[in-house]
Design a protein around this ligand. Structure first.
Ligand SMILES: [Zn+2]
Length: 283
Protein backbone atom coordinates (compact mmCIF):
# COMPACT_ATOMS: atom_id res chain seq x y z
CA UNK A 1 0.00 0.00 0.00
CA UNK A 2 1.26 3.48 -0.83
CA UNK A 3 2.16 6.05 1.78
CA UNK A 4 -0.64 8.33 0.49
CA UNK A 5 -3.32 5.79 1.42
CA UNK A 6 -2.87 5.55 5.18
CA UNK A 7 -4.75 2.97 7.20
CA UNK A 8 -8.02 4.56 8.20
CA UNK A 9 -8.61 6.62 5.03
CA UNK A 10 -10.84 5.35 2.22
CA UNK A 11 -9.47 5.68 -1.33
CA UNK A 12 -12.88 7.03 -2.37
CA UNK A 13 -13.94 9.06 0.64
CA UNK A 14 -10.62 10.00 2.31
CA UNK A 15 -11.01 10.75 5.98
CA UNK A 16 -14.50 12.16 5.39
CA UNK A 17 -16.03 8.91 6.62
CA UNK A 18 -14.73 6.62 9.35
CA UNK A 19 -13.74 3.01 8.75
CA UNK A 20 -14.35 -0.07 10.87
CA UNK A 21 -12.68 -3.45 11.42
CA UNK A 22 -14.00 -6.42 9.48
CA UNK A 23 -12.95 -10.08 9.08
CA UNK A 24 -11.58 -10.15 12.61
CA UNK A 25 -9.43 -7.06 12.10
CA UNK A 26 -7.75 -8.28 8.87
CA UNK A 27 -9.64 -5.68 6.81
CA UNK A 28 -10.78 -2.07 7.37
CA UNK A 29 -14.06 -1.12 5.71
CA UNK A 30 -15.23 2.40 4.82
CA UNK A 31 -18.56 3.01 6.53
CA UNK A 32 -19.74 5.13 3.59
CA UNK A 33 -18.89 3.29 0.35
CA UNK A 34 -17.95 -0.14 1.72
CA UNK A 35 -14.43 -0.24 0.18
CA UNK A 36 -12.09 -2.51 2.14
CA UNK A 37 -8.34 -2.50 2.54
CA UNK A 38 -6.15 -5.13 4.13
CA UNK A 39 -4.45 -4.14 7.35
CA UNK A 40 -0.84 -4.98 6.55
CA UNK A 41 1.47 -6.65 9.02
CA UNK A 42 4.60 -4.45 8.74
CA UNK A 43 6.84 -7.44 9.52
CA UNK A 44 5.79 -9.39 6.40
CA UNK A 45 7.54 -8.97 3.07
CA UNK A 46 5.52 -7.80 0.04
CA UNK A 47 3.88 -10.46 -2.15
CA UNK A 48 5.89 -11.86 -5.04
CA UNK A 49 4.36 -12.86 -8.33
CA UNK A 50 6.48 -15.56 -9.84
CA UNK A 51 6.23 -19.25 -10.54
CA UNK A 52 5.12 -20.12 -7.02
CA UNK A 53 2.21 -17.68 -7.22
CA UNK A 54 0.65 -19.35 -10.24
CA UNK A 55 1.42 -22.92 -9.21
CA UNK A 56 0.19 -22.98 -5.62
CA UNK A 57 -2.19 -21.37 -3.16
CA UNK A 58 -5.33 -22.09 -5.13
CA UNK A 59 -3.92 -20.94 -8.45
CA UNK A 60 -2.49 -24.36 -9.32
CA UNK A 61 -4.73 -24.76 -12.38
CA UNK A 62 -3.58 -21.49 -13.92
CA UNK A 63 -1.78 -23.25 -16.75
CA UNK A 64 -4.36 -25.97 -17.43
CA UNK A 65 -5.86 -25.58 -20.87
CA UNK A 66 -9.47 -26.75 -20.38
CA UNK A 67 -10.61 -24.64 -17.38
CA UNK A 68 -8.71 -21.56 -18.51
CA UNK A 69 -10.08 -21.74 -22.06
CA UNK A 70 -13.62 -22.14 -20.73
CA UNK A 71 -13.16 -19.12 -18.46
CA UNK A 72 -11.62 -17.08 -21.29
CA UNK A 73 -14.55 -17.93 -23.58
CA UNK A 74 -17.05 -16.81 -20.95
CA UNK A 75 -15.23 -13.51 -20.44
CA UNK A 76 -14.95 -12.88 -24.17
CA UNK A 77 -18.68 -13.50 -24.72
CA UNK A 78 -19.47 -11.05 -21.91
CA UNK A 79 -17.17 -8.41 -23.40
CA UNK A 80 -18.29 -9.04 -26.99
CA UNK A 81 -21.89 -8.36 -26.02
CA UNK A 82 -20.82 -4.69 -25.91
CA UNK A 83 -17.60 -4.31 -27.93
CA UNK A 84 -16.45 -5.20 -31.44
CA UNK A 85 -13.07 -6.71 -32.36
CA UNK A 86 -10.50 -3.91 -32.05
CA UNK A 87 -7.23 -3.19 -30.23
CA UNK A 88 -7.26 -4.78 -26.77
CA UNK A 89 -4.73 -4.69 -23.94
CA UNK A 90 -5.05 -7.06 -21.00
CA UNK A 91 -3.34 -6.05 -17.76
CA UNK A 92 -2.33 -9.04 -15.67
CA UNK A 93 -2.96 -11.60 -18.40
CA UNK A 94 -1.45 -14.54 -16.43
CA UNK A 95 -0.98 -17.54 -18.78
CA UNK A 96 -2.50 -15.68 -21.74
CA UNK A 97 -5.68 -17.70 -22.35
CA UNK A 98 -7.98 -14.68 -22.63
CA UNK A 99 -5.58 -13.10 -25.14
CA UNK A 100 -5.67 -16.32 -27.14
CA UNK A 101 -9.49 -16.30 -27.18
CA UNK A 102 -9.60 -12.61 -28.10
CA UNK A 103 -7.07 -13.07 -30.90
CA UNK A 104 -9.06 -16.02 -32.28
CA UNK A 105 -12.17 -13.80 -32.29
CA UNK A 106 -10.43 -11.12 -34.36
CA UNK A 107 -9.18 -8.73 -31.67
CA UNK A 108 -5.62 -7.36 -31.84
CA UNK A 109 -4.71 -8.46 -28.33
CA UNK A 110 -1.56 -7.91 -26.28
CA UNK A 111 -0.89 -8.49 -22.60
CA UNK A 112 1.16 -7.14 -19.72
CA UNK A 113 2.09 -9.45 -16.88
CA UNK A 114 4.27 -9.05 -13.76
CA UNK A 115 5.00 -12.76 -13.39
CA UNK A 116 8.00 -13.76 -15.47
CA UNK A 117 6.88 -17.40 -15.43
CA UNK A 118 3.39 -16.53 -16.70
CA UNK A 119 4.82 -14.21 -19.39
CA UNK A 120 7.08 -16.98 -20.64
CA UNK A 121 4.17 -19.45 -20.64
CA UNK A 122 1.90 -17.10 -22.60
CA UNK A 123 4.48 -16.22 -25.23
CA UNK A 124 6.02 -19.67 -25.67
CA UNK A 125 3.11 -22.06 -25.03
CA UNK A 126 0.23 -20.03 -26.47
CA UNK A 127 2.19 -17.75 -28.80
CA UNK A 128 0.42 -14.57 -27.70
CA UNK A 129 2.28 -11.23 -27.35
CA UNK A 130 2.89 -10.35 -23.70
CA UNK A 131 5.23 -7.77 -22.17
CA UNK A 132 6.75 -8.48 -18.79
CA UNK A 133 6.26 -5.66 -16.27
CA UNK A 134 3.70 -3.48 -14.52
CA UNK A 135 0.73 -2.10 -16.45
CA UNK A 136 1.06 1.28 -14.72
CA UNK A 137 4.64 1.59 -16.09
CA UNK A 138 4.05 0.27 -19.62
CA UNK A 139 0.57 1.76 -20.27
CA UNK A 140 1.84 5.26 -21.20
CA UNK A 141 3.47 3.75 -24.31
CA UNK A 142 0.22 2.06 -25.49
CA UNK A 143 -3.08 2.97 -27.13
CA UNK A 144 -6.07 0.65 -27.01
CA UNK A 145 -9.81 0.58 -27.64
CA UNK A 146 -10.32 -1.91 -24.81
CA UNK A 147 -8.43 -2.46 -21.55
CA UNK A 148 -9.22 -5.62 -19.59
CA UNK A 149 -8.09 -6.52 -16.08
CA UNK A 150 -9.53 -9.69 -14.57
CA UNK A 151 -8.63 -10.10 -10.90
CA UNK A 152 -5.94 -7.43 -11.01
CA UNK A 153 -7.32 -4.30 -9.30
CA UNK A 154 -7.43 -6.00 -5.89
CA UNK A 155 -3.65 -6.67 -6.23
CA UNK A 156 -2.29 -3.26 -7.27
CA UNK A 157 -0.51 -0.75 -5.03
CA UNK A 158 -2.97 2.03 -5.85
CA UNK A 159 -6.20 1.41 -7.81
CA UNK A 160 -6.48 5.11 -8.70
CA UNK A 161 -3.04 5.06 -10.33
CA UNK A 162 -4.00 1.90 -12.22
CA UNK A 163 -7.29 3.37 -13.44
CA UNK A 164 -5.66 6.64 -14.50
CA UNK A 165 -3.17 4.59 -16.54
CA UNK A 166 -6.04 2.65 -18.13
CA UNK A 167 -7.89 5.87 -18.97
CA UNK A 168 -4.74 7.34 -20.54
CA UNK A 169 -4.25 4.20 -22.66
CA UNK A 170 -7.83 4.19 -23.98
CA UNK A 171 -9.02 5.98 -27.07
CA UNK A 172 -12.07 8.27 -26.48
CA UNK A 173 -15.13 6.04 -26.20
CA UNK A 174 -12.88 3.07 -25.32
CA UNK A 175 -13.92 0.32 -22.93
CA UNK A 176 -12.59 -0.88 -19.59
CA UNK A 177 -13.60 -4.37 -18.41
CA UNK A 178 -12.87 -5.37 -14.81
CA UNK A 179 -13.53 -8.36 -12.60
CA UNK A 180 -12.63 -8.52 -8.88
CA UNK A 181 -13.75 -10.54 -5.84
CA UNK A 182 -16.92 -9.08 -4.29
CA UNK A 183 -16.47 -8.40 -0.58
CA UNK A 184 -20.18 -7.54 -0.44
CA UNK A 185 -21.05 -11.05 -1.68
CA UNK A 186 -23.29 -13.26 0.38
CA UNK A 187 -20.43 -15.81 0.50
CA UNK A 188 -18.01 -13.27 2.03
CA UNK A 189 -20.52 -12.57 4.79
CA UNK A 190 -21.26 -16.27 5.28
CA UNK A 191 -17.64 -17.51 5.22
CA UNK A 192 -15.88 -14.69 7.09
CA UNK A 193 -12.19 -15.58 7.54
CA UNK A 194 -12.60 -18.53 5.18
CA UNK A 195 -13.82 -16.39 2.27
CA UNK A 196 -11.43 -17.29 -0.61
CA UNK A 197 -11.35 -13.68 -1.86
CA UNK A 198 -9.66 -12.45 1.30
CA UNK A 199 -6.04 -13.52 0.59
CA UNK A 200 -4.54 -10.83 2.83
CA UNK A 201 -0.99 -11.46 1.59
CA UNK A 202 -1.99 -10.70 -2.04
CA UNK A 203 -5.12 -8.53 -1.94
CA UNK A 204 -4.56 -5.06 -0.42
CA UNK A 205 -8.00 -3.91 -1.74
CA UNK A 206 -11.52 -5.31 -1.43
CA UNK A 207 -14.35 -3.93 -3.56
CA UNK A 208 -18.13 -3.78 -3.33
CA UNK A 209 -20.38 -2.85 -6.27
CA UNK A 210 -20.92 0.60 -4.75
CA UNK A 211 -17.26 1.35 -4.00
CA UNK A 212 -16.00 0.15 -7.39
CA UNK A 213 -18.57 2.18 -9.32
CA UNK A 214 -17.73 5.23 -7.21
CA UNK A 215 -14.00 4.79 -7.85
CA UNK A 216 -14.52 4.41 -11.60
CA UNK A 217 -16.70 7.50 -11.73
CA UNK A 218 -14.12 9.47 -9.74
CA UNK A 219 -11.37 8.44 -12.18
CA UNK A 220 -13.31 9.62 -15.22
CA UNK A 221 -15.19 6.54 -16.42
CA UNK A 222 -18.87 6.02 -17.17
CA UNK A 223 -20.05 2.67 -15.83
CA UNK A 224 -22.14 0.98 -18.51
CA UNK A 225 -22.73 -2.46 -17.01
CA UNK A 226 -22.26 -3.91 -13.51
CA UNK A 227 -23.28 -7.26 -12.11
CA UNK A 228 -21.86 -10.20 -10.17
CA UNK A 229 -21.36 -13.90 -11.00
CA UNK A 230 -21.10 -16.97 -8.81
CA UNK A 231 -18.05 -19.26 -9.14
CA UNK A 232 -20.22 -21.80 -10.99
CA UNK A 233 -20.38 -19.32 -13.87
CA UNK A 234 -16.84 -20.36 -14.81
CA UNK A 235 -17.49 -24.09 -14.55
CA UNK A 236 -18.52 -26.04 -17.67
CA UNK A 237 -22.12 -27.29 -17.67
CA UNK A 238 -21.11 -30.94 -17.39
CA UNK A 239 -19.03 -30.16 -14.27
CA UNK A 240 -21.85 -28.09 -12.76
CA UNK A 241 -24.30 -30.97 -13.23
CA UNK A 242 -21.88 -33.58 -11.88
CA UNK A 243 -21.17 -31.52 -8.75
CA UNK A 244 -24.63 -29.96 -8.38
CA UNK A 245 -25.31 -31.49 -4.97
CA UNK A 246 -22.15 -29.89 -3.59
CA UNK A 247 -22.32 -26.58 -5.45
CA UNK A 248 -25.99 -25.65 -5.62
CA UNK A 249 -26.98 -25.43 -1.93
CA UNK A 250 -24.38 -22.74 -1.13
CA UNK A 251 -25.27 -20.66 -4.19
CA UNK A 252 -28.97 -21.07 -3.45
CA UNK A 253 -28.31 -19.82 0.07
CA UNK A 254 -26.28 -16.90 -1.27
CA UNK A 255 -28.16 -15.59 -4.29
CA UNK A 256 -31.52 -17.34 -3.71
CA UNK A 257 -31.64 -18.48 -7.31
CA UNK A 258 -30.10 -21.14 -9.60
CA UNK A 259 -28.92 -18.34 -11.90
CA UNK A 260 -25.19 -17.81 -12.43
CA UNK A 261 -25.34 -14.02 -12.19
CA UNK A 262 -26.90 -11.60 -9.72
CA UNK A 263 -26.93 -7.82 -9.51
CA UNK A 264 -24.97 -7.58 -6.23
CA UNK A 265 -24.66 -10.78 -4.16
CA UNK A 266 -22.45 -13.06 -6.33
CA UNK A 267 -18.80 -13.95 -5.67
CA UNK A 268 -17.26 -12.07 -8.60
CA UNK A 269 -17.90 -8.40 -9.30
CA UNK A 270 -17.86 -7.37 -12.98
CA UNK A 271 -17.93 -3.94 -14.53
CA UNK A 272 -17.74 -2.60 -18.06
CA UNK A 273 -17.03 1.14 -18.10
CA UNK A 274 -16.31 3.63 -20.83
CA UNK A 275 -13.94 6.54 -21.29
CA UNK A 276 -16.28 9.33 -22.41
CA UNK A 277 -15.79 11.02 -25.77
CA UNK A 278 -15.05 14.71 -25.30
CA UNK A 279 -18.13 16.91 -25.29
CA UNK A 280 -20.81 14.24 -25.18
CA UNK A 281 -22.11 11.40 -23.09
CA UNK A 282 -22.02 7.90 -24.54
CA UNK A 283 -24.71 6.45 -22.38
ZN1 LIG B 1 -15.38 5.09 1.12
Amino acid sequence: MNADTPVGACLNCGHAHPSRDDFGGLVRRCTSCGLGWTVRDPTTTPARYDLDYFTGGGYDDYFRDAPRRFEAGRRLRWLSSITRPSVLVEAGCAGGYFLEAARNAGYTATGIEVSHAATTYATQHLGVPVRHGYFEHIAPTLHADIVCAFHVLEHVDNPRTFLHAARHTLTPGGWLALEVPNIASAAATRLGHHWPGLQPEYHPWHFTPTSLVRLLTATGFEVVRQDTAVFRYYMPLRYRIRHARRLLPADWLDVRSPRLTHRRRGDLLRVIARKPRPGRSDR
